[in-house]
Write a protein that binds this ligand. Structure first.
Ligand SMILES: [Fe+2]
Length: 277
């Protein structure tokens, strides 16, 4: 895990392989299809057999933005995002990278990349950008979690070491200037693995030309005790892991350590009990 931290520090990104159970990935894809079907019924459209066709059906009536927002809300409500962050390997690595007091941004949007997205639609086919531009704090990590990703769909492309370049001036969602020479890396990942990057790592969408839609979850994770080096205070974060200190403070109830949650001295029976572990 020390190596994970060193790699992230050195490269500005890392891939954590096989850290989410395939069952969870399948359940997320299933839930996404259920949400699409519910919307199709609500809008009196014709139900289709698979997820991509259902998405293509729905997009005739509502915007991709609205669909993406609805999908993330339903995944959170079904506790499926909590399940991801409960995965041992992922959780242990995040604890080692950021410390144990962890939260994820609940305002995220499921990212769908479809063959029909136009290359000049910068919202869905993003040019090189830093998450820092849209408010992500320097203290946070951006996760990219593939859900439906097949060979030939493409992923995201990262500029190596760009996290060391600081804040890149930008306009209209693209950098105003980049170095003459830089190296890129096309993220090579499978569902069940997670890509992570810093708030300054330049990255862009690789357009998906596959017949099926590509689905990924871009989710920001931060330690809620770290100072906010961005607009983190303006977003909703859900806590998913707590340190001993945080749990202890919570258990005692308040910072004055009054007897709100602590026991009365007379009620404590095992003062001389064995507390060795
Ligand atoms: Fe991004």
């Amino acid at each position: 895990m020390i190596r994970t931290s060193e790699n992230l520090y050195k490269n500005g990104f890392l891939i954590l392989n096989n850290c989410i159970d395939q069952k969870i990935i399948n359940n997320i894809a299933k839930k996404i299809n259920e949400t699409l079907l519910k919307e199709i019924i609500r809008l009196k459209l014709k139900k289709k057999k698979n997820l991509t066709d259902n998405f293509n059906q729905l997009i005739k009536k509502i915007s991709q933005f609205e669909i993406q927002k609805k999908l993330s809300k339903d995944l959170i409500d079904a506790n499926l995002i909590d399940k991801i962050f409960n995965q041992k390997k992922l959780l242990n690595n995040l604890i080692s990278l950021l410390g144990p007091d962890l939260s994820y941004m609940a305002d995220f949007e499921v990212a769908i990349s479809s063959k029909v997205n136009k290359v000049n639609d910068y919202y869905f086919v993003k040019k090189f950008h830093q998450e820092f531009w849209s408010g992500m704090g320097l203290e946070s990590l951006q996760l990219w979690i593939p859900i439906n990703l097949k060979k030939g769909m493409g992923t995201i492309e990262i500029i190596k070491n760009s996290h060391e370049w600081g804040h890149i001036p930008h306009q209209n969602r693209e950098p105003m200037k980049l170095p003459k020479k830089y190296k890129t890396y096309k993220v090579n990942i499978k569902p069940g693995s997670v890509a992570m990057m810093s708030a300054l790592t330049l990255h862009k969408t690789i357009k998906n030309n596959h017949n099926e839609i590509r689905i990924a979850l871009p989710i920001t994770v931060r330690n809620f005790h770290y100072p906010n080096y961005g607009n983190s205070d303006l977003f909703n974060f859900k806590k998913f892991n707590q340190s001993f200190f945080t749990k202890f403070r919570k258990k005692l109830g308040n910072s004055q350590l009054t007897a709100f949650r602590t026991k009365s001295i007379n009620d404590i029976k095992n003062l001389n009990g064995d507390h060795s572990s």
